[in-house]
Write a protein that binds this ligand. Sequence first.
Ligand SMILES: [Zn+2]
Length: 216
Amino acid sequence: MKLRIGKAKDNDYVVDNPHASRYHAQLVRGDDGGWLLEDTDSTNGTFVNGQQILRKRVTPADAIALGDPSCAVTLSEILRYNNDYSEEFAALKKVYDEYIAEKIKVQSSNLFRARLFQSLPFALPGVIGVTIGFLGKGSSWLFGVSLLVVICAPAIGIYLGAKQSAKMPGLLQEMTVEFRKKYVCPKCGTYLGEQPWDLLANKKQCPACKAKWVNE
Ligand SMILES: [Zn+2]
């Protein structure tokens, strides 16, 4: 992540200081989460705790001054104005993709199982009926059994199929609840709806809180 600091209005942290340059310095976050302060060719120099620097690792308590060492702010103060949520927003792509993939999986597997349950019993009684009829020629008991199978099996199949289909909304609802919690603006927490991540990325910022989603 990179935060630009300077007098120009489109910096991540805007300073109202006559000694500061338009694009005075930048803060770069390292892989370890630490911050590196870099002077970006400013006219009057960048200072950390009163010492002029070109590049220096800074901690939250360090006093950073642009151009004039007497008007310094701490790193933690600058970070409070941070509006760059591009890393957190980028991570939402996985949340969206996984949700959609899981949803399709649940829907298709349930549909398949429901159909299987419903169609199998229709085919089965015919086979069983023929087998029983073949085995027990003349036995009225076996005839009764085969008749029962032919009548009951489709009803059971329809029941099981319906039960399976009924499970689906419950599972999907659970998934949607989880998704609604995760698929939110990293800054203000507004739920982003079931809108594709790419579509949101095109907006570049949160319509609600103006947090920067995509860094150019
Ligand atoms: Zn927001």
